[in-house]
Design a protein around this ligand. Structure first.
Ligand code: DHB
Ligand code: FE
Length: 311
């Protein structure tokens, strides 16, 4: 029988007590947010008549999520990362800030400390047996549309199995494989050689995929390349480009695909073009120019600090 006690004085007082709202000390913001989340949870338990068995299944799940280091994988899957971006976009719109290239989620797989190169970098170590060469290039523009020399382009992407170096369960990749920092040349240009990435899938046996299964959802992302772009006088841009021909390009479990960030891979088979690019086989080409946005009142009002792996 589903009894209703949530609205009683006893439960409401208990929520304030458990959230520390009746205590001196502690952090007032943490208390307020705890009170809201705990209240919403109590109410959910009551409204859905959640059983003790169901509740303890959820507690065990949270432990498993932490043990598997997947909390930051589930977060984009539940659309929370996308929601934070929507809020930043809305704040920009309210302030009348022009954003240039759209932002999209960082994802959980960035690693700080990649090798730094100037103008051009080779991203992959040449060891992926299925690797199809990729040449990508473009220009970084400032908020006024002028090319930005000396801008920092941090780029990272997966291999042909959809695995990222430092997070590869096969242990096959060398450190910083397909991760580089490229400083733009005097014309604001960046250029790199790598291999065409394949789509990413959540670890199939992991707790993120297990949750998605309960929602009847898949855990796949289209092939994509991540970027952080940083330059003096501008806000750091966090974004990704998604490959236009990937079947998941508009069906991304992490909701990172955005209009304006879908890029074709143009295939080149002409011998002269191959040679001119310093290659010996057919390759894909991607071209994309990024436009940064100005600081707001002299500060990057949207820069995100979060725990990141440093290798
Ligand atoms: C996830 C993985 C990614 O490569 C990415 O870009 C975003 C999210 C994830 O596993 O949640
Ligand atoms: Fe990714």
């Amino acid at each position: 029988m589903n009894v209703k006690i949530f609205d009683t004085e006893e439960v409401q007082n208990f929520l304030r007590l458990a959230s520390g709202l009746e205590q001196e000390g502690g952090n007032p913001r943490v208390k307020q947010i705890t009170h809201r989340i705990l209240s919403d949870l109590f109410k959910t338990i009551e409204d859905f008549d959640i059983t003790s068995d169901e509740y303890w299944t959820a507690v065990a799940y949270i432990n498993q999520l932490g043990t598997s280091q997947e909390a930051a994988l589930l977060s984009p899957g539940l659309g929370i990362d996308r929601f934070l971006d929507m809020r930043m976009d809305a704040q920009d719109a309210a302030l009348g800030v022009e954003i240039g290239t759209p932002r999209t989620i960082e994802g959980p797989l960035y690693v700080a400390g990649a090798p730094v190169e100037h103008g051009f970098a080779r991203l992959d170590d040449g060891s992926d047996p299925d690797g199809h060469p990729l040449m990508m290039h473009g220009v970084i523009y400032d908020s006024e549309g002028q090319p930005l020399a000396g801008a920092q382009v941090e780029v990272w992407h997966a291999n042909t199995k959809g695995f990222y170096s430092h997070f590869d369960p096969t242990g096959e990749q060398t450190p910083f494989n397909m991760r580089r920092t490229i400083i733009t040349d005097e014309n604001g240009g960046y250029r790199f050689q790598s291999i065409v990435p394949k789509g990413y899938g959540c670890p199939p046996e992991g707790p993120t995929q297990q949750f998605l299964n309960q929602l009847g959802r898949h855990g796949n992302r289209p092939a994509h390349i991540h970027f952080f772009i940083t330059a003096e006088g501008h806000r750091k841009l966090t974004t990704q480009l998604n490959m236009a021909d990937d079947p998941y390009v508009y069906d991304d479990f992490a909701y990172a695909t955005r209009e304006g960030l879908v890029v074709p891979v143009v295939e080149h088979t002409d011998e002269a073009v191959i040679k001119a690019n310093g290659l010996t086989e057919a390759f894909g080409e991607m071209e994309f120019d990024f436009k940064l946005s100005k600081l707001v009142d002299g500060v990057d009002n949207q820069v995100v600090e979060r725990p990141r792996l440093q290798a």
